[in-house]
Structures are given as structure tokens and as C-alpha cells.
Design a protein around this ligand. Structure first.
Ligand SMILES: C[S@@+](CC[C@H](N)C(=O)[O-])C[C@H]1O[C@@H](n2cnc3c(N)ncnc32)[C@H](O)[C@@H]1O
Length: 489
């Protein structure tokens, strides 16, 4: 066992709590190696379970510490900075991570103060020298000594409403500005900002998709209930969706064999709407231009199959193209290709211009619509990212339009409500003059089991007769998917 010098001589360090140590190690990987929290955590938990170091309660605690600490980072740093004599950014990473973990337990979890402090300091003793360890101890103790309501009062004292909302709901201020702009652009009142931001801090609903033709939603729900012992519920906006309350979907045979997948209802709806839009003429050749990792491609393949249609699924990154292959392994009507979508197809290729009947352009975006699923992503994304994303999205959408035959249907989709990458790109597509915007809201209402409740007029773009569909977690419970549909003239 490790030893350490203290005033009273050498002594054994106290045993570090397993779940907290795992959380600390995963958080360090997220911050120092840009690891994805969900992947790093799953790997660490698998390893600990294999060594029989962890039961399911510990695994739950480690998950909450990782995900909760990441989500709450902005608010925790603000709270901690009130008890620090120098800026948080000047502290060593290990110290910052321990302070955040400890603060999350003190402020947000039902961990008794003394346990939150002592378990954090136990880790500090293993990874830090004496001085920083004492500092972690002192700052966390001072946090526990705050008067009730002290933080709320300080929050109320922040004059700028964007800054206040950013800290209260732990989002970067630029994102709060963008969410405000997006709500406004779709005609929703500013009061919806708070529930929107709060939704990002809720653990996400896990939704499965029963790929039609392979397995029915009821059969999938029965397997999930039996194997995972979870309560299940049917989807509201996709007849193929099954919500589960808990459990690891990977334990289901239907998931392992590709009959079903994990997919938010918003994503399912994007594929359902592209497949459901009216079309005259042939309906045989479908394209997913940005297919990785293959969620929408696999549902599109399932919907194309009974019509005798084939899907070409393209993805620029070969490793992600392999994920598309895996997601579509149960289908024989899918051709997976790895190429740059901006120059995909064309003369002398198997995919001439103006040849596809239905095209999905699910463009790379800021991902601001699925922050609840990737707790670290809100801090990784920068507003400058849009400088690269916007031209990329425009070029992919334009290529999609060129590959679409007259009378064919194109879906331009993002997992973000950010105005420039959604409505801005729709306007750009309409400026081409060869595309007509369809009414995605009316089509959705005609296809979904329950009404989406989109207010009258919301989603109308300029003078066009069409409407785009923006989904909101706080209204529909889905990711904030943006779906627009066009027909080529
Ligand atoms: C939003 S994701 C697509 C999600 C996918 N449709 C699904 O439902 O699973 C965007 C994808 O576009 C890919 N991508 C980025 N640049 C691209 C390009 N120039 N050509 C084709 N694909 C690209 C990204 O690698 C990413 O996998």
C-alpha cells in the first residue's frame, strides 16, 4: 500500500472509494485526452466489473459523478471560484477535477458533506502533494459552511440574464445566446429558455428503434422488459420507438443482431419523414450522404426494403463507414461508400447527378440538440466551430440537391436548433431556385401516433409555402432535431 509523509511520520493512506476513483480517472481522461465520457466510463466500468471491484450501486455512483460533474461544470466552477483566492483556470487539472467532483457531491447530490469532503481528500492524497491536498480540503470545507440560500442569492444578483441563465443551468453563455435566438426564430417566447436549458441537464431517455421488417416494436418491448427488467413505453412520434427506463440495451439479442438499435425518436422521425414525403415517378434509389454511424441509414434501409428501393450510405471517415456497415448488417439493400459528400458521385460514377429519388443530408453540426447525451460536449464546442461547419453544411446540402432527380425529395437535417446551421442553410438552398420547401410539420402530423403540438405558423420560412420542423426536448421530449424537406422542381 502506498505511504506518505505526514507530521506524525509515515502512515498508510486510507483506502480510496472505488466508484469515486473510477470517476476521477475517467474525468481526467475526458479533460486531458479529449476522451468521450460515455466511452471512457463504459470501458472503466467494464474493467472494474471484470475485476469484481464494483457492484451496480457503485457503477451508478461513478456514472453520476462523471456525467453530473461534467454537466454542472460551469455552475460548479462559479460556486468554487467564490471560495478560491486565484482563478480556477490557474489550478492544476487534478485539483480542478477533484474540486468539481467534491462540489458536485456537496451541492447537487445527497452525499453527506463530511463524506463528500473526506472521500475527495482521500483521492487527493493519492494523486497530489500535501499543499494542494490541503487546499482541496479547505475549499470543499468552506463550500459546506455556506449559509442556506447563499448561492441562490448570489445567482439572483447576476444582472445579465444570459450570464445568469448560463451559470444557473451550466451552459456556455454563447450557447445560451444561440438557444435564445433559435427559440425566437421559431416564434417561441423567451420563457421557454429555462426549461430548454434545464432539459439538457436531465439524464437522457433511452429509446430503442425496432427496425421495421426485422422486428416489431411490441416484440422488442417484450424482450427489453424480460431481459432488462425495465418498464417500457411506446414512442409518441415513431411507431418503431420503444422507451426503456433502465438497463444496458447491448444486453438485448435484438440489438446485438441488428434487428433493433438505440435511436432517439427525433432521429427516427427524420428518416420516417424523408421516407414518407409524397413522390411521383420511381422510388428506387435512396442516398444517405452523411451516414456515419448509421442510425438513420439503418431505419431508411428498413423503410426502403418493402418498396424494392436500395440505399447508398456514404460517410467520409472510413472508420465511421464501418459503423454504418455494422448498423446496416441485417439488410441486403444497402451499399456503404466512403467518400467526401461534397463531391460525391457525378459523371462517370455509379451515382450520376440528378439520379436519386430520396436523399438524406444529415449534416455535421454543433450538436447543440443532443447535449444531454454528451455531457462534455457543451464545453468542447466553440462558437468558432461554425466557421468551418457552415460552409461544409452548405456544400453537402448543395451536392445533395445536385444528386436529386427532378421530383425527388431531399431532407436537410441537423441535431441542432442553431439558426445559421438550420434556417440559414434552408434559405441558402431555396436561393438555388430549383427546390421547393415542403411542409414538414403537416407531414409529421399526418404520420406520428401523437400530435407534436407545433403552434400554428411555427417553422414557416420566408415567403415559401413550406414549413420546417424543429423538435425541442422541453416540448416533445426528443433531441432538438431540425428537419427540413425539399422537392426538386
Ligand atoms: C450528424 S452525423 C450523421 C449521423 C447519421 N446520419 C446517423 O443518424 O447515425 C454527420 C456525419 O457526417 C460525416 N461527415 C463529415 N464531413 C463529411 C463529408 N464531407 N462528407 C460526408 N460525410 C461527412 C461525419 O463524419 C458524421 O459521421
Amino acid at each position: 500500500m502506498a505511504t506518505h509523509r505526514y507530521k506524525d511520520g509515515y502512515r498508510a493512506l486510507s483506502k480510496v472509494d472505488g466508484a469515486r476513483r473510477i470517476a476521477f480517472d475517467v474525468l481526467m481522461q475526458v479533460y486531458s485526452e479529449d476522451a468521450y465520457a460515455n466511452l471512457a466510463l463504459a470501458k472503466a466500468l467494464r474493467r472494474a466489473r471484470a475485476d469484481e471491484r464494483l457492484d451496480s450501486r457503485d457503477a451508478g455512483l461513478a456514472s453520476e459523478l462523471v456525467n453530473g460533474t461534467l454537466r454542472a461544470q460551469g455552475r460548479l466552477d462559479w460556486a468554487l471560484s467564490r471560495h478560491l483566492s486565484r482563478p480556477m483556470a490557474d489550478l492544476d487539472l487534478e485539483v480542478r477535477v477533484l474540486l468539481r467532483m467534491g462540489a458536485h457531491q456537496i451541492l447537487d447530490m445527497r452525499v453527506p458533506d463530511h463524506a463528500a469532503v473526506s472521500t475527495t481528500v482521500d483521492i487527493a492524497r493519492h494523486v497530489l502533494t500535501d499543499g494542494p491536498t490541503r487546499m482541496v480540503n479547505a475549499v470543499l470545507r468552506s463550500l459546506t459552511r455556506m449559509a442556506p440560500g447563499e448561492l441562490d442569492e448570489a445567482l439572483e444578483g447576476i444582472a445579465d440574464p444570459i450570464e445568469r441563465a448560463a451559470i444557473t443551468h451550466s451552459h456556455p453563455a454563447w450557447m445560451v445566446r444561440e438557444f435564445t435566438r433559435a427559440l425566437d426564430a421559431h416564434g417561441y417566447p423567451g420563457e421557454e429558455l429555462e426549461p430548454l436549458l434545464a432539459g439538457d441537464n436531465e439524464p437522457p431517455l433511452v429509446t430503442l428503434v425496432a427496425r421495421p421488417g426485422l422486428i416489431g416494436a411490441q416484440e422488442l418491448a417484450d424482450e427489453a422488459a424480460d431481459v432488462l427488467g425495465t418498464r417500457v413505453a411506446p414512442g409518441s412520434f415513431s411507431e418503431y420507438a420503444v422507451h426503456i427506463e433502465h438497463g444496458d440495451p447491448a444486453a438485448l439479442t435484438a440489438i446485438r443482431t441488428g434487428l433493433a438499435g438505440v435511436q432517439d425518436e427525433g432521429s427516427q422521425l427524420a428518416a420516417i419523414l424523408l421516407a414518407g414525403a409524397g413522390l411521383t415517378g420511381p422510388d428506387a434509389s435512396w442516398l444517405d450522404l452523411c451516414a456515419g454511424p448509421g442510425g438513420k441509414a439503418s431505419l431508411l434501409a428498413a423503410l426502403a426494403g418493402p418498396r424494392g428501393a436500395a440505399l447508398t450510405a456514404n460517410e467520409v471517415h472510413p472508420h465511421r463507414a464501418r459503423l454504418v456497415e455494422r448498423a446496416c448488417r441485417a439488410f441486403d439493400n444497402v451499399d456503404v461508400v466512403s467518400a467526401d459528400g461534397r463531391t460525391f458521385g457525378g459523371p462517370k460514377t455509379p451515382w450520376p447527378l440528378a439520379s436519386f429519388d430520396r436523399i438524406m443530408v444529415d449534416a455535421p453540426c454543433t450538436g447543440m440538440g443532443s447535449m444531454r447525451r454528451r455531457p462534455e460536449s457543451r464545453w468542447r464546442r466553440k462558437p468558432e466551430d461554425l466557421q468551418d461547419l457552415l460552409p461544409l453544411q452548405a456544400a453537402l446540402a448543395a451536392r445533395g440537391a445536385e444528386l436529386l432527380r427532378p421530383g425527388g425529395v431531399l431532407a436537410y437535417v441537423t441535431c441542432s436548433p442553431q439558426v445559421d446551421e438550420t434556417l440559414g442553410q434552408v434559405e441558402r438552398l431555396l436561393d438555388r431556385g430549383d427546390l421547393e420547401l415542403l411542409d414538414a410539420v403537416a407531414l409529421a402530423e399526418s404520420l406520428v401516433p401523437e400530435s407534436l403540438g407545433v403552434p400554428e405558423g411555427a417553422g414557416t420560412v420566408g415567403a415559401s409555402k413550406g414549413r420546417v420542423l424543429q423538435l425541442w426536448e422541453h416540448r416533445m421530449g426528443t433531441d432538438l432535431m431540425f428537419i427540413s424537406l425539399f422537392r426538386r422542381r
